[in-house]
Design a protein around this ligand. Structure first.
Ligand SMILES: C[S@@+](CC[C@H](N)C(=O)[O-])C[C@H]1O[C@@H](n2cnc3c(N)ncnc32)[C@H](O)[C@@H]1O
Length: 215
């Protein structure tokens, strides 16, 4: 699976990347970022412009991305001067209040960056195969303070029509992974008309859900 992500970046197969800030993040900004400055974790971050948008708002932002090319492209496209250092064996590239770990999300522990109080998950949980998703959610919980808020964005579609990633994650599965946390569904929308590439592949619906999950 890891090799596959390197291939995707090398071959420019990054259909998941959005040139604008994610609209669900913007729609939930007021609530997600209320209460002053936050320590925000963005797992499996790619080169999302959301990282810069969050950092511009004064928050301390840490992204984690496996593929070095993605991180290099991020700093070049954002025209940020980056410095590189090692943190307990991890390669970290940073500019002011924004840091990106180049490495495996599962290798990041609370010893590296302390604990976070906000997490933005867009195209991270849905990027992982079923057998890894439970471990991902468990690992995420080891990196946050009690009461931390995870803004979780997922898709649900007819998985029989396509192999992931992205994988279809129904509501029930989200609730299973975050069992014991307060899981609040804040929006649900069928966006099939907006995802032409999936409509063309015969998909009849493409549900996007956003949750506020208090860990
Ligand atoms: C579907 S993309 C989403 C990127 C980003 N969240 C966005 O919204 O554009 C998933 C990203 O996770 C990275 N990735 C996959 N497995 C990873 C892992 N175990 N640790 C860190 N990054 C990983 C991939 O290289 C890819 O850039």
């Amino acid at each position: 699976m890891a090799g596959r992500w390197h291939d995707s970046w090398r071959e420019g197969r990054i259909g998941f990347h959005q040139s604008n800030v994610n609209t669900d993040l913007v729609a939930n900004e007021e609530r997600f970022l209320a209460g002053g400055s936050h320590r925000i974790l963005v797992p499996l971050c790619g080169k999302t412009v959301d990282l810069a948008w969050l950092a511009e708002r004064g928050h301390e932002v840490v992204g984690v991305e496996l593929v070095p090319q993605a991180v290099e492209e991020f700093f070049a496209e954002q025209q940020l001067t980056a410095t590189e250092r090692e943190v307990n064996g991890l390669r970290v590239v940073s500019a002011d209040n924004l840091q990106i770990v180049i490495g495996d999300f599962f290798a990041v522990t609370s010893e590296h960056f302390g604990l976070f109080d906000r997490i933005w998950d867009r195209a991270a949980l849905v990027a992982l195969p079923e057998e890894v998703r439970g471990t991902y959610a468990q690992h995420l919980r080891t990196l946050v303070v009690s009461g931390a808020v995870l803004l979780q964005n997922v898709f649900e579609y007819d998985q029989s029509k396509m192999d992931g990633p992205p994988f279809s994650i129904p509501d029930k599965e989200v609730r299973t992974h975050y069992n014991g946390a307060k899981v609040e569904l804040v929006s649900e929308q069928d966006v099939i008309e907006k995802v032409a590439q999936f409509k063309a592949k015969g998909h009849e619906y493409w549900l996007t859900r956003n949750y506020f999950i208090t860990l």
